[in-house]
Design a protein around this ligand. Structure first.
Ligand code: SF4
Length: 579
């Protein structure tokens, strides 16, 4: 099946003068493979190209001729010779198959733009599937017949009769501010006190919804969703904006909810997903062009299949294989010292930070983690010279390239003005981080994930002794996180890399050593460097979660709470990679 997909947000005939139509060999022979039609884009009527997929021979000339990079022509894999579940209009994105809602927690895993949110919107009744027919109304009986014989049949029958009550926690929690006004306690008046306590929302109750941070909005949205009665619950990226401890708390709450009703969760943090899910569907395809849903796997096999990059049933390679190191540093690594720091102390009005003296080694990746509001960013700012410690210092000045946690999009200019176009830079960062397509975009128009990738590339391209990145995985999908982890590991071959983050698998993949922040958020923060094993052990003990080593991939694998392994590891005090 040949798919021709046009991104009408990018399509700009004023710049291209319909080069696609002028150069299409089928058009040149006199047939209308590409024709011009009136289309409504973002409320504006425009004369835009439409590609006839039956006439298209897949030569790819239009892709090359379109300076706006708006066209994709893709042949779907043989395994997808089937009716799609939904298509967003002619030359629009296509989704094949749906995940199956059953009891327990079903995890949806895959990159952005591949149809995960579309699948949730269909299953929650927000979108009626059209089976790829966008010129006529499709009847529910046809949609149900297509799924005869599996659990989706009964589900879709009930959905068509509006007999299923669903609760949907959306991805973009910041939009809550637009629809909900007033103070938090009014919004949460029907929410159980224990949920408010567990989600650490007590101190937010008297605040205005408009003043909440991303992490607070996320927890408010989760509290509201789990408190509603429903036949099925959908959570779209519940760990975004949350610190590592909050992620584990949310995962525990969602697991408890799944004892009563099925729960489906889209999640990019593999450690959280591992802990959370009972079954996993992998989404694969070409972002913004088509997406397909794999069969359900056990959580173990789902994550391992994703990391292996190969879906055996559909005989398709979906990504490059990711390999985890077979050894975990138990002792502090011995590498040349770049700099040493004495005990560092910094006091604010209501907060005090104490960092234990240590060293930063050349060619190491130091993974820095702990709850929010314990001083991680303050430490980064001391190293970067943006603020000074009240007592203590570094033994020498080091050149630091710093990517802050919050990235400003105020820059008035295009991406190409920020990133270098040197050949070496292009190969090392621009291509793997998929920045080539963004070069002509204004910085102010970039999405959170695009801005993050530009900021990472721009930080790594500078000459420095230390590259310090604060939350580089935020806004990135699972593929992009693993790509960034690989890039950072390569960068550490010539310099030191310090990474503050909340994604445990991302950190365990790239860290040579750990720096763990503990204390009381907002009051007192303490930090100490240690081996990766000791660092994760200290942290996981605090949140009451255990990980063992997966024999197939070497990745840390979460034990289910209360399982034999979990109990045994807790008894022996080996919370991270216990035997
Ligand atoms: Fe025409 Fe298809 Fe070739 Fe594009 S890929 S130029 S639409 S034949």
């Amino acid at each position: 099946m040949r798919l021709a997909v046009i991104d009408y947000d990018l399509c700009n005939p004023a710049k291209t003068n319909y080069a696609c139509k002028r150069f299409c060999p089928v058009n040149r022979k006199g047939e209308e493979c590409i024709r011009i039609e009136e289309k409504l884009v973002n409320g504006v009527k425009k004369q835009l190209p439409v590609i006839d997929e039956k006439l298209c021979i897949g030569c790819g000339i239009c892709i090359k001729k379109c300076s706006q990079r708006a066209i994709s022509i893709v042949n779907t894999p043989e395994a997808l010779e089937e009716t799609p579940i939904h298509r967003f209009g002619q030359n629009g994105f296509v989704l094949f198959r749906l995940p199956i809602p059953v009891m327990g927690v079903i995890g949806l895993l895959g990159p952005n733009g591949i149809g995960k949110t579309t699948a949730l919107r269909i299953l929650s009744g927000e979108i009626k599937p059209n089976l790829g027919c966008f010129d006529r109304d499709v009847e529910w009986k046809d949609i149900i017949t297509m799924h005869r014989g599996n659990e989706l049949q009964t589900y879709l029958e009930k959905l068509s009769k509006e007999e299923i009550k669903t609760v949907y926690k959306p991805q973009q929690v910041d939009k809550i501010k637009k629809v909900c006004k007033g103070v938090v306690k009014e919004l949460l008046e029907d929410v159980d006190k224990s949920i408010i306590d567990r989600l650490e929302l007590k101190n937010c109750l008297d605040r205005n919804i408009a003043d909440l941070s991303g992490g607070e909005l996320q927890r408010v949205a989760i509290a509201k969703a789990v408190s509603k009665k429903a036949d099925i619950y959908y959570f779209d990226e519940p760990s975004s904006y949350l610190d590592v401890r909050q992620r584990m708390n949310v995962a525990k709450i969602i697991r408890e909810l799944s004892q009563k009703s099925p729960v489906m969760v889209v999640e990019h943090d593999l450690a959280t997903l591992d802990f959370l899910a009972d079954r996993i569907h992998i989404f694969y395809g070409v972002p913004s062009v088509f997406g397909a849903v794999s069969k359900p796997y056990s959580t173990l096999n789902g994550i391992n299949t994703f990391l292996s990059g190969y879906i055996r049933e559909d005989n398709i390679r979906i990504r490059e294989k990711t390999v985890f190191s077979s050894t975990v540093s138990e002792n502090v690594i011995k590498k040349p010292v770049l700099t040493e720091f004495t005990d560092l102390k910094k006091r604010f009005k209501t907060f005090e930070l104490n960092i234990k003296s240590d060293k930063i080694y050349k060619n190491e990746v130091l993974g820095i983690f702990g709850a929010n509001a314990l001083g991680k960013t303050t430490f980064a700012r001391i190293l970067a010279g943006e603020t000074t410690a009240d007592s203590g210092e570094l033994d020498k000045k080091i050149k630091i390239s710093y990517k802050p946690q919050y990235i400003s999009s105020d820059f008035k200019g295009k991406v190409e003005e920020v990133v270098q176009s040197k050949q070496e830079f292009k190969q090392k960062y621009m291509e793997p981080l998929e920045l080539t397509k963004l070069l002509e975009k204004n910085i102010s128009d970039l999405s959170g994930g695009e801005l993050q990738r530009v900021a990472i590339a721009s930080c790594l391209a500078k000459n420095a002794d230390v590259y310090l990145l604060d939350e580089p995985s935020a806004y990135l999908d699972v593929d992009q996180r693993l790509t960034v982890a690989k890039i950072l590991k390569t960068r550490s071959e010539n310099s030191s890399v310090l990474v503050i983050d909340h994604d445990l698998l991302f950190l365990s993949y790239l860290s040579d050593r750990a720096m763990v922040f503990t204390g009381i958020p907002g009051k007192i923060g303490k930090a100490e460097c240690m081996s990766v094993k000791d660092g994760f052990n200290t942290f996981l003990k605090e949140v009451g979660v255990t990980f063992r080593k997966d024999v197939e991939t070497n990745r840390p694998r979460a034990n289910k709470l209360g399982s034999q392994k979990d109990t045994k590891q807790k008894e022996s005090g080996e919370y991270y990679l216990g035997a």
